[in-house]
Ligand binder design. Structure first.
Ligand code: 5GP
Ligand code: MN
Length: 333
């Protein structure tokens, strides 16, 4: 396999992180709650690579792997919780802060000698003793590709499939403005290693359940465009009418809204249990939703971020919409 040349010299943390993993016997891998394709791709890709090295880790997904991501190689070897055992190393992938690692992170921090934090969110809080944080990487799986390349590890078909899934989902099929020639070189290398780009594209971006279509139908009835911000709500009522217990991917919907020509920023407000509202933000290049998300206690990237707040839908919208409109007026600083 041809290895794309790194654009930047590998951070010394790459070697330190790999060394710590290779030394460890008992390894725990965790990712963020409400995992997306990059979270599952990174967790499974790293777990498979360590298994191939003769160090099978415990890979935990808080709750379980969302149905639409279960095609990702290695996802059937994950477990939904960890309640026993001690670990030499806990590796957190794609989680920008400790809270995002959920219950597995709480257990892991209390029962691991070392915490390694691998992520590409610019809002990462640098938790853990060892960090490999590369904000320029399009996905956490891209960082893992570099980590394995630097460690001179071969990339199997299964690992390639998991890593490519993270790149495809976080770039919405290589459409985001952080995609470089090198991103495509890495994708090419992963395809040469046997990953099916078509299968990943179809399963993650090219398929919607009828229930989801119905959910979009109800959500679109609430859509509004004001001061450069397009927004819509997914109410408990709509979720019930669409016969969904827990809608998985809201990313597709907010991305669709953000494609509106007149919008600078898009936001989806989703009513979840316990009087909370989960928000997904997207911005056009030149605008920034990460700063706002971070100031509210969430995080993400400049062009894709999110946060969950307590309150009714109306209260949260009344608080957050003016802030989004301000971000749309400011542009990126
Ligand atoms: P999405 O809108 O697809 O759920 O998330 C967009 C981006 O924002 C992702 O990178 C995701 O990890 C991040 N994000 C979404 N919600 C939260 C949150 O509550 N806290 C933090 N730290 N990041 C979030
Ligand atoms: Mn990611």
């Amino acid at each position: 396999m041809t290895t794309p040349t790194p654009e930047v010299l590998p951070a010394p943390q790459f070697a330190a992180a790999w060394h710590a993993m290779a030394q460890a016997e008992r390894i725990l891998i965790v990712t963020h709650v409400k995992p997306d394709g990059d979270a599952i791709g990174a967790l499974c890709g790293l777990a498979l690579a360590l298994r191939e090295l003769g160090k099978p880790p415990l890979a935990v997904v808080d709750g379980s792997v969302p149905e639409y991501l279960r095609f990702i190689p290695g996802s059937d070897a994950t477990v939904p919780r960890v309640t026993a055992g001690d670990f030499d190393v806990m590796i957190s992938v794609d989680a920008s802060d400790e809270e995002r690692t959920g219950a597995p992170g709480v257990y892991g921090r209390a029962h691991s000698a070392l915490v390694i934090n691998i992520d590409h969110h610019p809002t990462n809080t640098a938790f853990g003793a060892l960090h490999v944080i590369v904000p320029d990487a399009v996905s956490t799986t891209q960082i893992l590709f570099d980590l394995l390349s630097i460690a001179d590890r071969p990339i199997s078909q299964a690992v390639a499939g998991a890593l490519l899934a993270g790149m495809v989902t976080d770039t919405i099929g290589f459409r985001t403005n952080n995609v470089t020639p090198r991103t495509l070189e890495i994708a090419q290398a992963l395809m040469r290693a046997g990953a099916s780009l078509h299968e990943i594209m179809t399963r993650t971006l090219g398929t919607m359940s009828w229930r989801n279509v119905e959910l979009w139908k109800y959500a679109l009835q609430t859509v509004a465009l004001e001061k450069g911000v397009i927004s819509a709500a997914i109410t408990r009522e709509a979720i019930k009418l669409a016969h969904m217990s827990q809608p998985s991917d809201s990313g597709g919907f907010v991305g669709f809204l953000n494609s509106t020509e007149e919008a600078r920023i898009a936001a989806v407000f989703k009513e979840v249990e316990d009087g909370k509202v989960e928000m997904s933000f997207r911005a056009k290049p030149g605008f920034d939703v990460a700063t706002l998300a971070l100031s509210l206690g969430g995080g993400g990237h400049r062009l894709a971020a999110g946060v969950t707040l307590s309150g009714t839908l109306e209260e949260v919208q009344a608080r957050v919409l003016p802030l989004l409109q301000q971000a749309a007026a400011d542009g990126a600083s």
